[in-house]
Design a protein around this ligand. Sequence first.
Ligand code: FES
Length: 159
Amino acid sequence: MSSFENKVKEALANPQNQGEIQDADAVGTVGSPECGDMLRMWLKFTEKDGKRVIDRASFQAFGCQTAIAVASIATQLLRGKTAEEAKHLSAQDLTGNLGPLPPMKIHCGQLVEGALRNALNNDATPSLAADPAAGSMIPTLAAALHSKPAGKLRIVPLD
Ligand code: FES
């Protein structure tokens, strides 16, 4: 087994931050038309030293093991980052100690990056932050999975 596979296995043995954050400030959902995998990320912000930083990030995935491993690592890396800092993280940054993803797995990292970007874009939506009921308007992952996005984009927003 390659060291990459070992690291994925390690991350999957104890995946972090899985599941919904009920009172999240931002939610992002993306899918990969290529493999049909999907990922949703929740962000909760807090004030720290006068800055608005990510207090918690969590995810839910219908995806391969690599996407789950990357999301587990990424949601840990995001803690304490401002939205601006998070915006500048690439898929490669988000993979942390997994290292560069093999060519066949690059889109798995992009799925996580896409969910983060989608969540950060949605963060500006006042209805999401102000109205806790707005979260329930978001279709379930299963429902979103059946509305296949068109086009040739590798990673597409699904909200
Ligand atoms: Fe599609 Fe990993 S195989 S996200």
